[in-house]
Design a protein around this ligand. Structure first.
Ligand SMILES: [Zn+2]
Length: 244
């Protein structure tokens, strides 16, 4: 568990350590849907929330489906988890959680309007521009300006490891806003999704010095869960909550 932001918003990124799950979920798996024992996931979630100082707040997470649906939540809402890939709020009484094992966990925080969004952006989410959707929705709902936003992208699979087939590579190459993701090495194709995400942020008007990208590739580094490396494995969490 590592604290990323603490002023105005409390943001933590978890890794594999400090949990109770046995292999292949060792040890801090925070996702119920991956085959781990429910009691272990509950314990891990409690440990993570406690470590982040968020245990007294209401937790929201989604059944992530590689789409672009972003839900606005507050502590009075019921009926979750729903299907979607983004959560946003201006309520300091809730915790937002995004689960990943190779996909990009993204946080957007507006210190002016005090709004927070967390996004799950894998290949499909980047392709469908969930980031643009989120920034538009934060503007519509909270009046957030892209210029004010702080952005964090957590550990995710990078161009060193994310090999894809030619048809996917061609799909990305065919779109000038995505083509910079494609890396060719020895007749093989790899995607480095950080490149189009940074380009998208630039186009939207987010200033470079407010963007923090974790340097780690989840597939290279065994401190992280990686779907590509392991198949059956756990999930890491990006936990965010606004300060009161
Ligand atoms: Zn790698």
């Amino acid at each position: 568990m590592r604290q990323i932001w603490k002023e105005g918003v409390n943001l933590w990124m978890s890794d594999r350590s400090l949990g109770v799950s046995p292999p292949p979920y060792e040890s801090l798996n925070i996702a119920f849907h991956v085959g781990d024992k429910e009691e272990n996931v509950k314990r891990n979630l409690a440990l993570a929330l406690q470590g982040a100082g968020m245990e007294k707040k209401r937790l929201f997470y989604l059944q992530q489906v590689h789409g672009t649906k972003i839900w606005e939540v507050d502590s009075s809402i019921s009926g979750f988890p729903k299907e979607g890939d983004g959560l946003m709020t201006n309520d300091p009484n809730v915790v937002l959680l995004c689960m990943v094992a190779d996909c990009n966990p993204i946080a957007l925080y507006d210190p002016k309007t005090r709004a927070l969004a967390l996004l799950h952006a894998g290949r499909a989410g980047v392709y469908k521009k969930i980031l643009t959707q989120a920034i538009h929705q934060m503007k519509n709902r909270y009046g957030s300006e892209a210029l004010d936003l702080r952005v964090y992208v957590g550990p995710s699979i990078r161009g060193c490891c994310y090999e894809v087939g030619e048809s996917i590579a061609r799909e990305f190459e065919g779109d000038s806003s995505l083509s910079m993701a494609v890396k060719r090495r020895e007749e093989r194709f790899y995607l480095h999704l950080i490149a189009p995400l940074l380009e998208e942020l630039k186009v939207l008007g987010v200033s470079e010095e407010r963007i923090l990208v974790d340097e780690h590739c989840s597939a290279c580094d065994e401190r992280f869960f990686s779907y590509r490396r392991e198949g059956i494995t756990g999930r890491m969490g990006l936990f965010g909550s606004l300060e009161a």
